[in-house]
Write a protein that binds this ligand. Structure first.
Ligand SMILES: [Zn+2]
Ligand SMILES: [Zn+2]
Length: 99
């Protein structure tokens, strides 16, 4: 675990801006990722994504994720910005684990 740097190969010096969050018995904090890996893939949008499409390995923000036809929407894991209110909530939750 390299703290707050991106876990992608070759990005050991790149600061992470968000972390993937999986849900099972509680929340599981997964890989920290840099902005390149979590920015929404929709053209013209560079917001940090809210959901990471595990099948295609592509992140989308909430607005663009909602534009997918029913059944084709990205299904997670969630993307949570480091330092966001949601991130603080997850860290404070005793049921949250680290992958
Ligand atoms: Zn990276
Ligand atoms: Zn977007």
């Amino acid at each position: 675990m390299t703290g707050r740097c991106c876990t992608t190969d070759g990005h050991e010096q790149t600061p992470a801006v968000a972390v993937l969050v999986y849900y099972g018995q509680g929340a599981i904090l997964g890989e920290p990722l840099c902005r390149d890996y979590v920015a929404c893939r929709a053209s013209g949008c560079d917001r940090i994504g809210a959901v990471y499409d595990g099948d295609y390995r592509e992140p989308y923000c909430q607005r663009h994720a909602e534009q997918f036809p029913a059944g084709e929407a990205p299904s997670g894991p969630d993307i949570v910005e480091l330092g966001s209110a949601r991130h603080a909530e997850l860290l404070a939750d005793p049921d949250t684990r680290t992958a």
